[in-house]
Design a protein around this ligand. Structure first.
Ligand code: ATP
Ligand code: MG
Ligand code: MG
Ligand code: MG
Length: 562
């Protein structure tokens, strides 16, 4: 590839609305262009890196025995009604009607479509197991798209779904995927950690997340450096005992809330706008006033808005979790998660500080003064919510350390959740009809590129891991307009590298050296070869790795060998 023919669109200035380094650098280096909030065009440069990530993912998935297919982005509402998620998914699900007034969604994930495919195509245990995957565009109407491609609304995911005749076989495939993901993130050249995402307890194999370790990660990981224990701290909500509604063991005060069945209903009942609300929790302030806290965003305890309950005086706005702690830390409190109609909807950090209302037992009724533990059994989860570095590891093999992570992959044992709801069944050896055991396995393909940059950059720009760099090497001629010998040598070196199968670009733009070097350092190409008059007369070229402090001056043949 030659730079004049290619499309290079670097910017001098950081984009003003970019919050984190990967987002700034991807925009400045010209990998992505913003179209709307959380929606981007991948430039030819960006697409080169994206395709390399996809290729590695695809290769390893194929090697692991999974079969690639391609499902539609647009999905009929009927499938989501069958699984129940039409009601439960919430505002991240983008819904629309076609010209015949039929409901559709743009898929945020594909369990329904694949379960429909499997129930039609797979009838017998003889056709099992099967693992289908795709690399495809998803849409999630994220409450706060940000960080560029890391929390986008439209993004590319590798999503795989496996079907099994037995739980034992699902467990086998789950381990196969755990190993496959480990190979994928190793090949991508990333520092990562697999963490338990289900129970936080040792041996929990129901779900694991793969995190790229980076300061700017939105998730907090607790791990034990002296054992293999690692868990996502932000997991209490995922553990909500949905469906199982424990009965209280002590009398509680019932508060009638007519028509209130969901958080949305509660918020409507309290006359608070729902658009940006994902969690709601009633707490009592130090002065004894109940206050409804609406927590915005999935993980965003740093942006918490406290709103009034009817009859409460001052709405409170807190900027941070620390502010919440400061405001409520000394207040009355019961320990435990906050529930609403059986779902744990608040974070323990907040819940611990307050006395609360919960609606765990009867639709349309809520209880005040609930004390989880006394009135309801404590959920069986390791409480990592308030963990600090140095706490004992739950596996008893050391103490915990904390770090920040970016979730780039997630594997789940779904068991028969979808296959039962959607009658995805097969006939076993005895001729009996049984629901298939299902697993699902996601990788955030586009997010990986942002995560890789968070981990690999310096003041001058991106430092791509070689396997996902848009080009592995760039040839920079100096003064080629004036010196035919330089132009000729650069062309010769460029050809030799290309012929050797190296993904190389020749910078034939005739830029001044400073500007030319700055561009390639910003773009993050791992190897730079500089061809100059001076070098030619000595029979050498300068070669430098993006991470190295100095040039190596090598004879041309040796430089090529590098
Ligand atoms: P998060 O916790 O970051 O919101 P998630 O748990 O909702 O992610 P999954 O449903 O597990 O995401 O989807 C599989 C993978 O898709 C995630 O591990 C992540 O890498 C990627 N992903 C999810 N949401 C986004 C997004 N908004 N933008 C880019 N990638 C995403
Ligand atoms: Mg999410
Ligand atoms: Mg997550
Ligand atoms: Mg996840």
């Amino acid at each position: 590839m030659k730079a004049r023919q290619f499309f290079i669109a670097t910017l001098k200035e950081d984009p003003s609305d970019a919050e984190i380094v990967s987002q700034k650098l991807m925009i400045r280096a010209g990998f992505i262009k913003k179209v709307a909030a959380g929606i981007y065009t991948w430039t030819p440069l960006g697409l080169r890196s994206l395709r390399k990530v996809e290729a590695i993912v695809r290769e390893e998935m194929n090697r692991a025995g999974a079969l690639e297919l391609l499902m539609p982005a647009v999905q009929p509402a009927e499938l989501w009604q069958e699984s129940g998620r039409w009601t439960f998914y919430g505002p991240e699900l983008l819904r629309f009607k076609d010209r015949h007034e039929r409901d559709f969604v743009i898929g945020p994930t594909h369990e329904e479509v694949i379960a429909d495919f499997a129930r039609r195509e797979i009838k017998s245990y003889k056709q099992l197991p099967k693992h289908f995957y795709q690399i495809q565009t998803k849409f999630r109407d994220e409450i706060r798209p940000r960080f560029g491609v890391m929390r986008a609304r439209e993004f590319i995911m590798k999503d795989g779904y496996s079907f099994h005749a037995s739980f034992a076989d699902l467990e086998r495939e789950y381990r196969n995927m755990y190993d496959t993901y480990t190979r994928i993130f190793t090949r991508l050249g990333l520092e990562f950690r697999a963490v338990a995402a289900d129970t936080g307890s040792i041996g929990g194999t129901g779900s694991h997340e793969f995190h790229v370790i980076a300061e700017t990660g939105e998730d907090t990981i607790a791990y034990c450096p002296t054992s293999d224990y690692a868990a996502n701290v932000e997991l209490a909500e995922a553990l909500a005992p949905q469906g199982d509604r424990p009965e209280p063991t002590a009398p509680l005060t019932e508060v009638a809330t007519p028509g209130v069945k969901t958080i949305a209903d509660l918020v409507a009942f309290l006359e608070i706008p729902i658009e940006q609300t994902v969690k709601a929790v009633v707490v009592e302030s130090e002065g004894g006033e109940p206050v409804l806290l609406l927590l915005r965003g999935d993980h965003e305890l740093n942006e918490i808005k406290a709103q009034k309950l009817p009859g409460i005086k001052n709405p409170l706005t807190f900027a941070s979790e620390a502010a919440i702690r400061a405001a409520f830390g000394a207040g009355p409190g019961s320990l435990g998660p906050v529930g609403f109609n059986g779902r744990i909807i608040a974070d323990r950090t907040v819940a611990k500080m307050a006395d609360f209302v919960t609606g765990a037992n009867r639709d349309g009724y809520h209880y005040t003064g609930v004390n989880i533990g006394r009135d309801f059994p404590e959920p069986e989860v390791a409480d990592l919510r308030n963990v600090v570095a140095g706490d004992p590891s739950p596996d008893g093999k050391g103490v915990l350390a904390l770090c920040k992570g970016i979730e780039v992959g997630h594997i789940f044992q779904l068991r028969t959740k979808y296959s039962e709801a959607m009658q995805c069944t097969f006939l076993d050896e005895t001729g009996a009809e049984r629901p298939m055991e299902m697993g699902c396995y996601g990788i955030g393909v586009t997010r990986i590129l942002g995560a890789a940059i968070e981990q690999n950059h310096d003041a001058r720009g991106i430092i791509w891991p070689e396997p996902i760099a848009p080009f592995e090497a760039v040839v920079c001629p100096i003064g080629a307009t004036k010196s035919p010998a330089v132009a000729e040598a650069a062309e010769r070196i460029y050809r030799a590298l290309s012929d050797a199968g190296i993904d190389v670009i020749l910078d034939d733009r005739n830029e001044r050296p400073g500007a030319m070097f700055a561009d390639w350092e910003l773009i993050g190409v791992p190897w730079r070869l500089v061809v100059s008059e001076r070098g030619l007369s000595a029979g050498t070229v300068e070669i430098r790795h993006r991470r190295a402090a100095d040039n190596m001056v090598l004879p041309e043949a040796e430089a090529l060998a590098q």
